[in-house]
Design a binder for this molecule. Structure first.
Ligand code: MD6
Ligand code: FE
Length: 225
């Protein structure tokens, strides 16, 4: 028998695609399921381990980073830049897996940016308590190329500030498998990730490190050069 009450009170499903701001599109679940992506991240980290980078100001980031692809994003006391070799090993960064490239290109197309050819995938690893202050992605040569950002594992609170960091932020939750695509007039927008909250209870299916606990990964695809 149908249950009209249950139907009446069932929450409306969230839209699969949502325009967060002009030229900023959220594709919910676009990268799901993410287990194969996690396995690929672990293989990348076996070659190019996660590390918490120094900032030019002398601080240390709480988010740990690695890269794959022809170029890797790097930061130290000398500044932010792209480097073709992992400074830890003096070897090239691991190759970008074909599945990463296909995902980034399909998402970019969906977000209105056909022909995206990323040459860098920055891999961010968040432990509970890690955060990323308001910043803009501004180290790439040609800002006409969009950015594709894939969320994996624990959910995060993401803030889209826009043209200045002081603007009141549009806040959204990024869940496992969600993909954000932005470019065009939004390409240089300020954004931030709030301190990652501990999961309530155990978090089945969430990637976890034996020492570090439950994790969030973020893949940020860019055209650096
Ligand atoms: C993160 N993302 O989601 C951090 N940058 O962990 C970013 O900083 C970011 O999501 C540029 C474009 C999309 C992003
Ligand atoms: Fe960013």
């Amino acid at each position: 028998m149908p249950e009209p009450q249950a139907q009446l009170f069932a929450p409306a499903p969230l839209p699969r695609e949502e325009l967060i701001a002009t030229c900023v599109t959220l594709l919910r679940g676009f990268a799901a399921p993410t287990a194969a992506l996690v396995a690929a991240i672990e293989a990348i980290a076996a070659q190019a381990p996660f590390r918490c980078l120094q900032t030019p100001g002398g601080g240390t980031m709480s988010v740990a980073m690695s890269n794959c692809g022809a170029w890797g994003w790097h930061s130290d006391r000398r500044g932010y830049r792209y480097v073709a070799q992992d400074p830890l090993s003096a070897q090239a960064w691991p190759a970008m897996p074909a599945a990463f490239l296909g995902l980034a290109q399909a998402a970019a197309l969906r977000g209105g940016f056909p022909g995206f050819e990323p040459d860098c995938c920055l891999v961010n690893r968040y432990v509970v308590g890690a955060q990323m202050g308001a910043h803009r992605d501004f180290d790439e040569l040609d800002m006409r190329h969009p950015i594709v950002s894939v969320s994996i594992g624990l959910p995060a609170r993401f803030s889209w500030h826009g043209a200045t960091r002081r603007e009141p932020a549009r806040k959204l939750a990024l869940h496992d498998g969600d993909v954000l695509v932005w470019g065009g007039e939004a390409r240089a927008g300020y954004h931030a990730v709030s301190r990652l909250a501990a999961p309530v209870g155990d978090a089945p299916g969430v990637p976890r490190d034996p020492e570090l606990g439950p994790l969030r990964y973020n893949l940020t695809f860019r055209r650096a050069r």
